[in-house]
Design a protein around this ligand. Sequence first.
Ligand code: ATP
Ligand code: MG
Length: 349
Amino acid sequence: MSKKIDETEPDYEKDPPFHPRKVTYCKERKLNQFYDIYPNKELGRGKFGTVCECREKSSSKILAAKTINIKKPQERKEVENEIAVMCQLQHPRLLQLYDAFDDGSNIILITELIAGGELFERVIDDEFILTEKVCTIFMRQICEGVDFMHRQKVIHLDMKPENILCLTQNSNRIKLIDFGLARHYDPNSNVKVMFGTPEFVAPEVVNFERITPATDMWSVGVICYILLSGLSPFMGDNDGETLSNVTQAEWDFNDESFDAISDDAKDFITKLLVKQPEKRMTAAQCLNHKWLKRPSNRRPSLLPGTKGDVDENKALSKVKLKHFVIRRRWQKAVNTILAIHRMKVATIH
Ligand code: ATP
Ligand code: MG
């Protein structure tokens, strides 16, 4: 198969996969009366849930089932929050909830199936050619999803590459998933949180200061930095060091990977990785930034090789991004082993 650059603009017409639904769950409804679950068709795993394919018996629709084991009442509350947030977020760039069940020890969320896998896994595939233009197509969709969430007064709080999926293996349409840590945002309240993934969390989370929609925008900046360069801007030798790098908010474009990156892209990142949350670009401002504007609205780029600009259609090196993805895979595997171990310990005691 020949290598392929897919720089076509996403086709929004095909969404959504089903009409928006108001989902409520009650213990009386039995999951296997309505769905066949296929545990051997696993789609992924996270800290909280295992996701596999399933089929709605009445319609034969193929969907995804995320099973979250519940041990404490607080955990049930968290999943109820995830359901409430998802019900509110009906948008083509955000994972849509279809149904929910409670079997006593697990809550099962039935959602649309997103078959293309995680964005970064797709991008590092040898068949995929990564260009700066493709990055703008991805980043624009990410900002569209985040902008909608923020307009609905929801903060995601877990924006990271594993939570960005490709719709199919050969389209460049993406969706944001995993609303497990999402919070409603009330501008008058002073919400602080103590969770997230060290490489992607904003300084205000580490410092246990007030979180706002800007907290997600920091993570969007980190994702963009990694997508373009393969380097993680705050990564230290351990979590403590990473968190300390985040609070210092010091980073740069010194690596040679950035030689191939345009000034517009650098300006975009620079306006997101800003320590003071109120000075960061909002998602709406990102969509209006010159780097992300739709091609028809953009000024024509200078010819390739012209001094002061770069060719945004040139293939970027993916060597460092591959290393990044492999390292994250390892981290995930270790986290899964630790989670299984904790479960075993909890069952024994
Ligand atoms: P985390 O560890 O990030 O908190 P989690 O336990 O809340 O994760 P999710 O992030 O929702 O779980 O799902 C785990 C993984 O399963 C995802 O990273 C993704 O690879 C896969 N996945 C989740 N939902 C879907 C879906 N609807 N379709 C396809 N794959 C999915
Ligand atoms: Mg996740």
